[in-house]
Design a protein around this ligand. Structure first.
Ligand SMILES: [Fe+2]
Length: 370
């Protein structure tokens, strides 16, 4: 079947596009499956209007005020999700006066802002901005912030968050496993006389009470435990000659999603290589992208704490200005976290309030600039 070439095409993907053409990747299974590159005369995001439900979304998650921001007994606000994965925002300002155990989902916390400690069955993990904290399903834990202005993105999955296969790159690619932090057992610090463990199971909260602090492990062993990794320890892979797909930046895999980390890096040196993400239409995945820090070169008007959701079936790609300026830049300076969902991801009622409804039009002005 492959290679089939028709009409004017690039010799290789993302390099030396036909003059004036816009390259689009139409692929299956994220960036792992069958692929065609189409060379368009116009940018695929140059639409003029939408009808119907399907459209790209932008959420300013800074506008979310979860109940845990003002009430120690409160909870994060779910903003996006489907049957397999869910994304919530926690703005917890005070220590949890209870322990929590999520029996419905594995959890991956991403710390956007704030410092503190997560007490777990396995011991405490200190957290800081840029941390990913992995909490296996049904781990008992409590978030104890040291700061009051905190912002944690809570990613939940029906399956474990695991490290990706690194294959040809070797086990020290992306990050050396030696940088992972694994907790040492230590007693919980929540004061009594009664201790609550709040359990989420079957979508409902139940509470179990003890006359002793249940975070009381004196030791543990095995291959299931809480752990953490910071963005600063991830060393992204790149090619100086070709733009690599987002999957090259995968940090976690789970059954319903992959989580990727985009970090500052030099741009491609080859004068013919594309230096911005190529247009694509996400045939099998919905893409959630959270902007953590830095200058988000490929998108205009994006600030830290904002997020986009690009559903399958509609193209996305660089904004016209980024496409036009790509050869004037030598580096990216962005820190962003992407969760690609294998099944359609819905904006939940908690997220609707944070939507910027005109986002779909953001590629429009000057879309034909060359
Ligand atoms: Fe994408």
């Amino acid at each position: 079947m492959y290679p089939v070439k028709k009409g004017q095409v690039a010799h290789q993907a993302h390099v030396g596009l036909p003059a004036g053409a816009y390259e689009e990747e139409h692929g299956r299974k994220g960036f792992y499956g069958k692929t065609a590159h189409l060379y368009h005369a116009n940018p695929p995001t140059g639409w003029t209007r939408f009808e119907g439900k399907l459209r790209p979304h932008l959420l300013d998650l800074n506008r979310i005020t979860p109940t845990d921001q003002t009430d120690a007994q409160g909870q994060p606000t779910p903003v996006l999700g489907n049957a397999q994965i869910r994304v919530s925002v926690s703005r917890r300002a005070e220590a949890m006066p209870f322990y929590f155990r999520n029996a419905d989902f594995d959890e991956l916390l991403f710390v956007h802002r704030g410092t503190g400690i997560v007490e777990t069955d396995y011991g405490p993990l200190a957290f800081e901005p840029g941390d990913y904290v992995v909490l296996p399903r049904a781990t008992t834990y409590r978030v104890v912030p040291a700061t009051t202005d905190n912002f944690i993105l809570v990613m939940e999955s029906k399956a474990e968050f695991e490290q990706p296969e690194k294959g040809l790159l070797g086990q020290h690619a992306l990050y050396d496993p030696g940088v992972i932090t694994i907790p040492d057992p230590a007693p919980g610090t929540l004061a009594g006389p009664e201790w609550e463990v709040r359990i989420l199971a079957g979508g409902e909260y139940s509470k179990v009470f003890y006359s002793f602090n249940p975070i009381d492990s004196i030791g543990w062993k095995g291959d299931l435990f809480a752990w953490k990794l910071n963005l600063r320890d991830i060393r992204p892979v790149m090619s100086h000659r070709a733009h690599l797909p987002p999957s090259a930046h995968t940090t976690f895999v789970t059954e319903g999603a992959v989580v990727c980390s985009f970090l500052p890096r030099p741009l491609e040196e080859d004068p013919e290589a594309l230096r911005v993400p190529f247009f694509h239409r996400n045939t099998d995945y919905d893409e959630f992208l959270f902007y953590h820090e830095g200058d988000f070169f490929s998108k205009d008007n994006i600030k830290p704490g904002m997020a986009t959701l690009h559903p399958r079936g509609i193209h996305h790609g660089p904004h016209p200005k980024a496409l036009f300026n790509q050869h004037n830049k030598t580096r990216t300076n962005e820190y962003a976290v992407m969760l690609d969902g294998l099944n359609p991801i819905d904006v939940l009622p908690g997220g609707e309030a944070a939507e910027w409804p005109e986002y779909w039009a953001s590629w429009g002005a000057g879309a034909n600039i060359k």
